[in-house]
Each structure stands twice: as structure tokens, then as C-alpha cells.
Write a new protein. Sequence first.
Length: 240
Amino acid sequence: MKTLTVCILTILVPWFTAAQTLTVHKTDQTSLSIPLSQIDSITFSHESEPCPPAVSYEGRIYTTVLAGTQCWLRENLDVGSMIPGSQDQSDNGTMEKYCYNDSAANCDAYGGLYQWDEVMQYDTVQGARGICPPGWHLPRLAELQTLSATVGENGNALKAVGQGTGGGAGTNTSGFSALLCGHRTYLGSFDFFGADLFLWSSTQMGPTDAQILSLVSNSPGISLNNYYKTNGFSVRCLQD
């Protein structure tokens, strides 16, 4: 005899007779039919929540968004101790961040800005956790490409309403709620607040560059390029 465990979201219980079979429709779109006479018992269990509504990390609550099959933090990450934009972040055992114009209020509202090595916590493996919460990681380039494809390469669907102008005005149909918070340049200055957003990936392009996803205020496009690792860009974490 067999015991069958079925993981389900909804249970529809028909009236069975001993001669009938139980048909289970599986998540891979195949099905399995088993004569009831061969089953001693059936145990039903529910799947765990695929994308939790919120995550608590380093004293802050982050909400989440399901974009296609990907579960993302809905806000830019804001962890670490603020240092001046004129300094490089360093491998000193302390997470460090930049805040636009060296203002802590900008980190509160828009998240921190990070150099790539700090984001990765001095690892170089694609998909590393880096500074993300446990169970989350820094997106690979391929995962950013998936995000772009999910919204039909339409950056406006990723931008929060009120972000961008004209043909680049955000609609936020994805719920991703991207904010055009500018960045810290590799020269140590801050620039382009309200005009662009750069999100790091964990995919590097040689010793000096890494891949990013970028949005700009006046266009619906999504760009996937590589930039100097010494720039200070934003971070969105992706669930493992």
C-alpha cells in the first residue's frame, strides 16, 4: 500500500468509490492517476508562501514584489554605516554605504549607494548574497534580463508613478516601484538625482567593470551595460 502526499493550494474533494482513481495534476503540468485501492491514506499539505510580503533586515522592513516568477525587494537596500562620497568603501569588516549628497535622509528615502566590491562583500561569484538578507542574493545579469523581459523591455513599468517625464513617465504596472535616485560617480561626486537609476548585478566584466540595469527619466528603455565597479549604485535583492 502507498501513502500519497499532495502539495496543493486548493482542494476539490469529489465523491469516490473504491473502483475509481485519483488524478493529481502536478506543477510541471503532467498528471498522475493512481487507483484508490492502492492508496492507504492521502496527506494534503500547503505550499509555503513563494514571495513573503515583507522582510526584516538590519533594523528595516522591506516589502516585496513578485515580477513574473521572481521575488524582489520592492525598495532599494539601505544597510551599513554612511561614509562620505569622497572616500572609497573598503574591506574593513563593516558594511559601508553612500547617501546621495552625503545626506542620511536620502538613504532613508531612496536607499544606499554602493561600490561593487562592497555590494559583493569582496566575493566575485555570480549570485553571491553580498550585503543582501539571508535567503536573498544579488541578481545575476541573466536575472536582470529576465526582469526586463517580464515587463516587455518597458522601463516605465518598473518606475514608480511620478518618476520620469513625457515618454519616460513611470506607470509601475509591475509594482517594482523604481525610484530615479541618481548615483555616486567613480570620481566621488553625486549626480543625476531624479534622472537615472543604476542597479548592480553580481556579474562582473573583467577586473574593473560589472554589469548593471539602468533606467532614465526621459525614455521607457531598459539598458543593460557595464560600468566601473568604483561607481556608487543602488541595490535590489532577489530571493534565492
